[in-house]
Design a protein around this ligand. Structure first.
Ligand code: 3HC
Length: 704
């Protein structure tokens, strides 16, 4: 290999400093690949042979990233646990040699420094990072169903203490520069312009001695303190994972083992468990989410080019309008003008924005000046002033077709001919909204989920007459807002609500069969959903469910007919959390079921069915409907269907989404389960034709 093709280049300065540049050829992102082992070994051999070096700076040749970790494609290609473990061992060995160099090694970090990238930096004696917003440090392996396999589970606790390391490794959180300095992951934070100079200055200083952090001394440095920290972390982790994520248990195990038995044994265990985890179905599913979202970042939703956007208008200053204006102004960086029918709506949206920004300011993510600047980019009023400048309007008014028609007309009258009208409807067909338009090619659905600033998914819904350019423009806008957009068909419920509704209806059936509410919710939580269905109904609002159901029944048929409980609940004033009255009590601190709801529904709750059976019963309804959606073209691919369900509903990520889960079960088995449930509970479980055909042909949704 020629010098130019090498990912690692060494140069020497007259002042005794060596410079090790990492620059993977032909890639915009540095990742660590097995094939670099030889190159790094050579570099290390050369460095060991030098006896006149004072120090070394390790830096990236890329403009905006340090190292994003081991190459995930390489891990996914492993066919045995031994193969994966040996990759980890190789990294461990090289990093140990780096750590043992006799002179001061300093990592100069700008941009993402994640996974194996941070493990490399941890093997250096000091770390300096830029204060740039792109700089993020973390060990996100757990999000891929893995543990840090190149020394991270051993070096991080020894550097920042057990509690801090457990927090970082178990959550996979990525720290910004200031926070990384605060917890002790880096030694210095400096502007990017002087990063290399400061790193060089550091490297000229003598190699520092490793010290136990204060936190470690206080909490994890003795056996008793340590076991307490582990106990708490295990409890907290289990509450979240419910035993569905083997990586979390493995992380706890390896860190504890390493602290009890020393670094060498700890590293051996780290590599072994890393190899085992790479082969788990959970890791394969989580890796597939990474590959899917990375691919989706490049897609434009249509063959056309997106139009450029200068200004965005938002109609309606309610909860959704507030959230949409926030992601449009603060995340995408466009000036926003909100229009509402009264000033309270505008004030509401502005105060929503202020609260979100102030939270960031309090956490020192943004400065006061940045907060003020961002607030100034959002304006509002009760008329269409300045709307002639708008390129896209996002409508978030009440779900009423007449009102939406009025909005379309007013917008067409007050904006440019090419202005896009994107409606955030969750239930009304886009083609019906577009009926009022003179320029239906500019009308498109843009369905956000609540709370907008947190939920990662957006459904983009073209109707038959929407232009490709409109689709590409709103897809680009959604990406700038930090969302993952999926383009879905203009049918009732679109994709996410359509697959959610039968699942929720089935949960209601289970409830009416007399299963206790906590039992039902816990069953689905244990299965891996982030909230139970009854809690979700309380959160979303019983009234919202009652409004969407007839639309689905009308357009898609009787299988969407839920049990007849909405009227009883609504007549009793039980709209859910927002009215303080639903299935749960909202005036006590501890979550508890409002038992009077059983009386209202004429139920005598009693646990009769085991949790697993309840979970599969509700989930099967979702799987069957997802299969129908793909068959009807409501989603364009199994991949989009999986990402939509995971990001829109919280479908258990470790199962990889409904389609990957069906593959895992085997389509034949899914069909058999559906038939079995149809026998027990009714026709609504009848497997859709697409699944039956696939089962007969022995097909699956994915090839791997
Ligand atoms: C032994 C070790 O402990 C094991 C590990 O290190 S496992 C890996 C741990 N690291 C990670 O999980 C980080 C994964 N990467 C990311 O989260 C994000 O890419 C990022 C935050 C670094 C950057 O995000 P963003 O700027 O939006 O860029 P993004 O589009 O995602 O990535 C750019 C390119 O880098 C690639 N990339 C980023 N990290 C990668 C990785 N770890 N492996 C392989 N490819 C990676 C992407 O696939 C994409 O490639 P493409 O352009 O050819 O499709």
């Amino acid at each position: 290999m020629t010098e130019q093709q090498s990912a690692f280049t060494l140069t020497y300065a007259d002042n005794g400093i060596a410079w090790l540049k990492i620059d993977v050829p032909n890639e915009k992102m540095n990742t660590l690949q097995a094939q670099f082992g030889e190159q790094v070994s050579k570099v290390l051999e050369e460095l060991k042979s030098k006896n006149d070096l004072k120090g070394m700076v390790v830096y990236s040749g890329k403009p905006d990233n340090f190292v994003a970790g081991a190459d995930i494609r390489m891990l996914a290609a492993c066919t045995t646990a031994e193969e994966a473990a040996s990759l980890a061992e190789q990294g461990q060995k090289l990093f140990a040699e780096l750590e043992n160099l006799p002179f001061h090694t300093v990592a100069a970090i700008h941009g993402p420094c994640l996974g194996g990238g941070l493990e490399l930096a941890l093997a250096c004696h000091s770390r300096v990072c830029s204060d740039d917003d792109k700089t993020r440090l973390g060990l996100p392996e757990v999000q891929l169903g893995l543990l840090p396999g190149s020394g991270g589970t051993q070096r991080l606790p020894r550097l920042i203490g057990v509690a801090g390391a457990l927090d970082m490794i178990l959550t996979g959180k990525q720290l910004r520069a200031k926070k990384a300095k605060k917890v002790g992951v880096v030694d210095e934070v400096v502007p990017q312009s002087i990063l290399l100079d400061i790193a060089e200055k550091q490297a000229l200083k003598p190699k520092p001695k490793r010290q136990l952090s204060l936190q470690d001394r206080a909490m994890g440095g003795n056996a008793l303190g340590r076991s307490l920290v582990f106990e708490q972390a295990a409890k907290k982790t289990h509450e979240k994972t419910r035993g569905n994520y083997p990586a979390a248990d493995a992380i706890l195990d390896v860190i504890k083992y390493g602290l009890q038995n020393g670094m060498t044994k700890g590293l051996a265990r780290e590599a072994k468990l890393f190899g085992d985890l790479v082969m788990t179905s959970e890791s394969a599913a989580l890796r597939s989410i990474f590959f899917a979202t990375t691919a989706m970042k490049k897609e434009s939703g249509s063959d056309a080019k997106p139009r450029s956007i200068g200004h965005v208008g938002v109609l309606g200053g309610g909860l959704m309008g507030g959230g949409i204006s926030h992601v449009t102004a603060s995340k995408a960086g466009y000036p926003v003008r909100i229009k509402d029918i009264n000033n309270d709506g505008i004030l509401n949206a502005l105060s929503y924005n202020y609260k979100l920004l102030d939270k960031k300011r309090k956490r020192r993510i943004i400065s006061k000046a940045a907060l003020q600047k961002q607030m100034l980019s959002i304006a509002g009023g009760i008329d269409y002033t300045a709307f002639d400048r708008m390129d896209v309007i996002i409508e978030a008014v009440f779900e009423d077709l007449g009102l939406k028609h009025q909005m379309v007309k007013e917008i067409e009258a007050n904006t440019k001919p090419e202005t896009i009208f994107a409606t955030n409807t969750s239930s009304l067909p886009i083609h019906q909204i577009a009926e009022a338009a003179e320029r239906p090619e500019n009308v498109v659905g843009l369905h956000f989920f609540s709370p907008v600033e947190k939920m990662p998914l957006v459904e983009v819904i073209p109707h038959d007459g929407t232009s490709d350019e409109t689709v590409a423009t709103v897809v680009a806008l959604a990406k700038k807002q930090g969302k993952t957009p999926i383009v879905v068909g203009d049918k009732a419920g679109f994709y996410v609500n359509r697959i959610l509704a039968p699942y929720m209806n089935e949960a209601a059936q289970v409830l009416l069969a007399g299963e206790p509410i906590e039992h039902l919710d816990t069953a689905l939580l244990d299965f891996g959903f982030p909230v139970g269905p009854i809690t979700l109904l309380d959160e979303v609002g019983v009234d919202i469910g009652a409004k969407i159901m007839p639309v689905l029944v009308g357009e898609l048929g009787d299988r969407f007919q839920g049990p007849d409980v909405f009227d009883k609940l609504l007549n009793d004033g039980r709209k859910g959390r927002k009215t303080g009255k639903g299935f749960y009590l909202y005036d006590s601190k501890k979550k508890a079921v409002d038992k009077s709801v059983y009386k209202l529904l004429g139920l005598n709750p009693e646990k009769k069915t085991d949790a697993e059976a309840i979970a599969i019963r509700c989930t099967l309804m979702m799987l069957n409907e997802a299969a129908r959606c793909l068959d009807e073209g409501v989603v364009r691919s199994a991949r989009d269907g999986d990402i939509g369900a995971i990001f829109g509903i919280g479908f258990p990520p470790f199962l990889g989404g409904p389609f990957r889960y069906m593959d895992q079960l085997g389509i034949k088995q899914v069909v058999e389960l559906l038939i079995d449930h149809a026998d027990k509970y009714g026709e609504r479980f009848k497997p859709c034709q697409a699944l039956v055909d696939m089962a007969e042909a022995g097909q699956s949704y994915y090839s791997s």
